[in-house]
Design a protein around this ligand. Structure first.
Ligand code: GCO
Length: 264
């Protein structure tokens, strides 16, 4: 009998911030591989309901829960609720994130902290409350969504880079503490993808648009669905001895120093 190492049938996956963008693309990949999807949204019940309906239309069993991932009391309450109503969480994807593009010299401390709260502290809070059940059950997968900014700096995204760099190290530390319980913690580092988050820097004529296309060996922005393979791999038994790694899905950005704008 052949075994499909990537089959997620019967698994339950919680993906934070999966109402749109990269989170939704990854959740669809995980759902299409057989898992039930628990979608977390923060801002709007209507948007969450629409997202759940969208998953169901794609043939995926999906459930929605509205809570703020930075609020530990709300997180604890909702994880308990999800595990009671849907079942034990096998796969956690810490995807919810925000960015504020402001030069450090102009950035208010309150804004810097808001970014670190969502992008770094929240993955700690949510993982802390999900991992307890995983430790008891002696099985689990945690995927932290990192960034090019886990490795590289860029003008105006200092808070985001600080948080995403921290998230890479948090991933390594989670692996260090939890691998012995048969829990694999890894990261995915998306390159530059066409989403609403990058919309303001992708618009036609924006110098960043040409810069990214030129800077990426693949010569284009990523399609969110390009992340599905890495998400399924890190959710499945195919990655049962992979721990503390960040898989960069970036069209080759981190492989190169880049090239002059006029060079082929
Ligand atoms: C930026 C940010 C983000 C990217 C991303 C790259 O450069 O403004 O880094 O917009 O989407 O996280 O990995």
């Amino acid at each position: 009998m052949s075994i499909n190492l990537f089959d997620l049938t019967g698994k339950i996956a919680l993906i934070t911030g999966a109402t749109h963008g990269l989170g939704m693309a990854m959740a669809k990949g995980i759902g299409n591989a057989g898992a039930k999807i628990v979608v977390n949204g923060n801002s709007s019940q209507t948007k969450l309901d629409e997202a759940v309906a969208n998953y169901k239309e794609s043939g995926i069993e999906a459930y929605g829960y509205l809570f703020d991932v930075t609020d530990e009391v709300a997180v604890k309450e909702h994880i308990e609720k999800i595990e009671k109503e849907v079942g034990p969480i096998d796969i956690l994807v810490n995807n919810a994130g925000i960015i504020k593009r402001t030069p450090l010299v102009d950035m208010e401390v309150v804004d810097f902290k808001a970014v670190v709260d969502v992008d770094l502290v929240a993955p700690f809070i949510v993982s802390k409350h999900v991992v307890k059940g995983m430790i008891e059950r002696k099985t689990g997968k945690i995927i932290n969504i990192c960034s090019m900014m886990s490795e590289l700096g860029r003008n105006s995204v200092g808070a985001y880079a600080a948080a995403k760099g921290g998230l890479k190290m948090l991933t390594q530390n989670m692996a260090t503490e939890w691998a012995k319980h048969n829990i694999q913690t890894n990261g995915i580092g998306p390159g530059y993808f066409a989403t609403s988050q990058t919309e303001p820097i992708r618009v036609d004529g924006h110098p960043f648009n040409d810069f990214i296309v030129n800077r990426t060996p693949s010569g284009k922005w990523g399609d969110p669905d390009d992340l599905q393979g890495a998400a399924i791999f890190l959710s499945s038994r195919a990655s049962d001895f992979v721990n503390g790694q960040v898989v960069y899905v970036d069209g080759g950005i981190l492989a190169t120093i880049g090239k002059p704008a006029n060079e082929d």
